[in-house]
Design a binder for this molecule. Structure first.
Ligand code: UT7
Length: 341
């Protein structure tokens, strides 16, 4: 059985920098830089231009990852696209990315699968890619986490608790087969559907007839409570801390490791305070815990590939290092991956 390793990483944040003060001055949100920095660590995020969707952002990230893997785009056997902000209800962003990468023109009608596990989506994708590669079902899998949140954020004061957190970006990795003794050593995924509505964006209700209310002209009308994401932030915070610590400890336990044996921690970037708390509880040295939430906010499925990309670029992630990636998000869902880089 081959091992599966990450042969290339790419990252493409959206182009427009939106500073905390811009939320107030450009969008009219009653907020201030100090509040956002103190509660979350976020200083700025990126918003995509109108007309740009997650698959568009994913193109450059994917091409970079593919180039670094030393393969051609036509060598990709499977696309896994994790997003909570797909261009449309269906089909998903994976087939759009396939088309934008030129695979259809090249006659490469490979499968494209969409993953709907929000902030844990990238790790759910990585686990799936690992299984495909190790079982011989694919040699090179493109795993993407890409989001354009800005289109669906309530940027008025009403939505500030959620809207001040998120940014737009795409990250991508190629997971490839190798006979070398390296790569993804294990993945651990979990979910607790009891809390599905604690962090959700409904938009429609498929149990109702019609599934969105219609006005007198027969046009759909979506009220703000349905249109935008809702979150009980404090509850999410508590569960995030507990689940991320537990899944990381489980991974270490099963691989007979202590956190000291791990060289780099890539935690989902939802809130700097969550990650600092976890690092404090587990006694992790700050230099082993990378973060970029300060510059990009929470880019949901894109956070972990963005950290891998920057760590490698900055010389903090080198072959032979042991990496732990951990995420938690809506669902609730969570995951961990241990990788020998
Ligand atoms: O990746 C997805 C997973 N999500 C998370 O992991 C998020 C986890 N939760 C959190 O990060 C925190 O709960 C938040 C940062 C979202 C909120 O922090 P908090 O300390 O729980 O604040 P809060 O929601 O209890 O709000 C406290 C106050 C409220 O005002 P009142 O009701 O006390 O007058 C909010 O309206 O802060 C107000 N507030 C803001 N003020 C200025 C909320 N958002 C803002 C804002 N600017 N952007």
């Amino acid at each position: 059985m081959p091992n599966a390793f990450i042969s290339g990483v790419g990252f493409n944040p959206a182009s427009n920098v939106v500073k905390n003060d811009d939320l107030r001055t450009k969008y009219g949100m009653e907020t201030d830089h100090e509040w956002i920095v103190k509660r979350t660590g976020i200083e700025e995020r990126r918003f995509a231009d109108e007309g740009i969707g997650p698959a568009d952002l994913a193109v450059a990230a994917s091409q970079d990852a593919i180039a670094k893997a030393g393969i051609k785009v036509t060598d990709i056997d499977l696309i896994l696209f994790a997003t909570l902000s797909p261009e449309m209800a269906f089909p998903g962003s994976g087939v759009l990315l396939q088309r934008k990468l030129g695979l259809c023109d090249a006659g490469k009608f490979i499968p494209a699968m969409d993953i709907r596990n929000q902030c844990s989506g990238f790790l759910y994708g990585l686990a799936t890619a690992n299984a495909f590669v190790r079982s011989g079902g694919a040699k090179h899998v493109l795993v993407v986490g890409g989001e354009v949140h800005s289109a669906a954020l309530d940027l008025s004061t009403r939505g500030r608790t959620v809207s001040s957190l998120f940014g737009d970006a795409a990250g991508a990795v190629v997971v490839s087969a190798t006979d070398e003794d390296r790569g993804i050593r294990g993945t651990w995924l979990g979910a607790d559907g009891r809390h599905a509505e604690v962090l959700c964006q409904r938009v429609w209700d498929m149990t109702k007839r019609p599934y969105v209310p219609l006005n007198a002209d027969g046009n759909g009308v979506v009220v703000p409570e349905m249109l935008y994401a809702k979150m009980d932030g404090k509850l999410v915070f508590r569960h995030a801390v507990e689940r991320m610590i537990t899944v990381l400890m489980q991974a270490c336990w099963e691989h007979k490791l202590t956190p000291n044996d791990i060289d780099l921690f890539c935690f989902h970037q939802a809130n700097l305070r969550i990650n600092e708390y976890i690092a404090g509880q587990m006694g992790l040295p700050p230099e082993k815990v990378v973060s970029n939430i300060q510059r990009f906010g929470n880019t949901t499925a894109a956070t972990i590939p963005s950290l891998l990309f920057e760590a490698e670029r900055d010389g903090k992630l080198k072959p032979g290092m042991k990496v732990a990636c951990v995420a938690f998000g809506s669902g609730f869902t969570w995951g961990c991956a241990l990788i020998d880089w």
